[in-house]
Design a protein around this ligand. Sequence first.
Ligand code: TMP
Ligand code: ASP
Length: 235
Amino acid sequence: MKLLYEGKAKQLFECENKDEIYVHYKNSATAFNGEKKEEFDFKGSFNNNITSLIFEYLEREGVETHFIKKINETDQLCKHVKIIPLEVIVRNIVAGSMAKKYGLEEGTKLIKPVFELSYKNDELNDPLINDDHAVALGIVTEEELNIIKKQALIINNLLQKLYLKSNLILVDFKIEFGKTKSGKVILADEISPDTCRLWDVNTNEKLDKDRFRRDLGSVMEAYEEVLRRLKNAKS
Ligand code: TMP
Ligand code: ASP
């Protein structure tokens, strides 16, 4: 199969049907724009399984996504979309870059969810931008941005519900959207412990990529635990 694109955590391969794409989840973990890098056995499998389970749930709840089906432990079949170069972030609790930027304590509850946009550009280190930047720079139209914002907040509510059933608090997360050939904006990329901050509801223990970013150890044990809890919550 022809490799179309390789990112830090996934490879995208061409399919015979050009409206579809074959997504392979790699075992690499990176942080800080690729400065920190490590291979973890089974990471690809955990993230593929977690993303598949979450995208199936979102589809059941009426959110259109690029996900078609899980093919095997590390691979998925997805709709071929053009990724919009925005990291769409929703925060429920202060953590990470928000805590640092505004001198806030991690764990501070936000009065309302915060919607943030970063311009996806590795050379610029994904700079934070506002809604006007996104439209004025031609990254999205006003209408597309409205769809993205509305969807992001719906997805936040649905994910909070799903994770809470797994005794996990959704602190914040990053999603990406893509455009289909017909111009429809739909949820794409992945939703996994790489792209969400997840804290245990009782102990606040971190069960996400912060374990890798902050050298907390037991990184894959945390991913495995998230998958186990999501599977249990479903049944
Ligand atoms: P931040 O606090 O570092 O800005 O991250 C906010 C959320 O976005 C957090 O859940 C981690 C996720 N994220 C990514 O998925 N990819 C990234 O490149 C970054 C910087 C954050
Ligand atoms: N900066 C991303 C993160 O920390 C990953 C990366 O860019 O390598 O999640």
